[in-house]
Ligand binder design. Structure first.
Ligand SMILES: [Zn+2]
Length: 393
């Protein structure tokens, strides 16, 4: 493949502290970036740029590393806008609506699931996402979860088995049997085609002991683990995530000082999902407090039909800034490098030499616009491994 230079970049964010302004953002004004064979080979000032075979002049636009959306439930059927409306009218979220999506998904054809997932993925891309994690979890049968894992793997290599999303209605009177099924036959069927296992460890879902059992089994099959924790209360999910060396514990809406201390001394990322607090009218966790305590954080969309039907990472950044106490740059970093850390992917989330050339070209001259123009369409194009799947003009 011939080398391509992106030239006349108004503001290049690399997340490489050894270049540009030498901040964590590694920011270069009037920059250039050279990509060869799908990898970043050079980043620096425009005036110092070596020549390349092809030039893409971005005319003063900003370029950022592509967003790494490390938490989505993209494969589902149906929608739950009525449930959202009643929550906005005062009803409390308790995880109960998941079974509505399960019945819609069980009865949907594979073709419909595939085409609707593609639509959502296109929406994420249009807002700058170049890597997306996708969970199963809306079928809760062996064959059905396998179907969702297979579909997810058509769209991403970051796929997650979430058979332990909730206990399905048909197992309500015998939840131990469901936990055994998930940790046994269902896991055995799905594990070969996914990278991760996840458990919704919270009130109304799975207990710490149940989650520990399922995730320990998942680890023994070679899967990485992550978990939904402390969304609905102080339920012990954060401590369990650290105990199991999970790559990420997601939500963290509630956390004790012991939780924060444990996270700070661990390799577990706290993934914040402000779309969920927005959509369930819940208090936002303090990203500021976590960062100040030394915790690594990520921001992700949690795109799902019940509690965060959000495909716009810019809006997530704006919420992180406005509601979680993050600076604009901290939120941007959490949505790029933070997401990559939450997926334990050293090759993405930044534009250092050798990184996968996943980037977003903006139609504005600075990345601060993600928080400054919340919800706006700011992405002109994304490149994934140096290739551009689409341009939005
Ligand atoms: Zn989730």
């Amino acid at each position: 493949m011939a080398a391509v230079v992106f030239s006349n970049i108004g503001e290049l964010t690399t997340n490489d502290p050894t270049v540009g302004d030498e901040s964590a953002m590694g920011r270069i004004k009037n920059g250039a970036l050279i990509v060869d064979d799908g990898r970043v080979v050079w980043a620096g000032a425009q005036r110092d740029a070596p020549s390349a075979d092809t030039e893409i002049d971005v005319e003063g636009s900003a370029i950022i590393p592509g967003f790494v959306d490390s938490h989505t439930h993209l494969v589902f059927a149906g929608e739950r806008s009525a449930e959202f409306a009643s929550r906005m009218a005062g009803e409390k979220y308790d995880g109960g609506g998941i079974m509505n999506t399960v019945s819609a998904t069980r009865s949907a054809s594979t073709e419909v699931l595939r085409s609707t997932t593609q639509v959502r993925l296109d929406a994420l891309r249009a807002h700058g996402v170049t890597t997306v994690e996708i969970k199963s979890g809306y079928d809760l049968t062996i064959q059905g979860e396998f179907r969702l894992c297979e579909l997810a793997s058509e769209f991403s290599e970051e796929t997650t088995f979430l058979g332990a999303h909730v206990v399905p209605d048909e197992f309500r009177e015998r939840r131990d049997d469901y936990v055994s099924l998930v940790a046994g036959e269902m896991l055995t069927r799905c594990a070969p085609i996914v990278r991760w296992a996840d458990v919704f460890c919270d009130q109304g879902a799975f207990s710490v002991d149940e989650a520990r059992h399922i995730l320990s089994r998942a680890k023994s099959t070679g899967l990485g683990v992550r978990l939904h924790g402390n969304q609905l209360g102080h339920t012990g999910g954060i401590a369990l995530a650290v105990e199991l060396d999970a790559a990420s514990v997601d939500h963290c809406t509630f956390s004790s000082s012991a939780d924060v201390e444990a996270l700070a001394g661990s390799n577990t990322v706290a993934t914040l999902l402000p779309g969920a607090e927005f959509s369930t009218k819940s208090p936002y966790p303090s990203g500021r407090h976590l960062l100040d305590a030394g915790v690594s954080i990520a921001l992700a969309t949690d795109c799902n039909p019940g509690t965060s039907y959000v495909t716009n990472m810019g809006l997530i950044i704006a919420l992180g800034v406005r509601e979680m106490g993050l600076s604009v740059d901290e939120a941007l970093y959490a949505a790029t490098m933070g997401g990559a850390q939450a997926l334990r992917r050293p090759d993405i989330g930044h534009l250092r030499q050798g990184a996968k050339a996943d980037l977003a070209i903006l139609n504005v001259s600075s990345a601060a616009h993600f928080a400054y123009q919340p919800g706006a369409s700011l992405v002109r194009a994304v490149h994934i491994g140096g290739e551009s799947p689409a341009f939005w003009g």
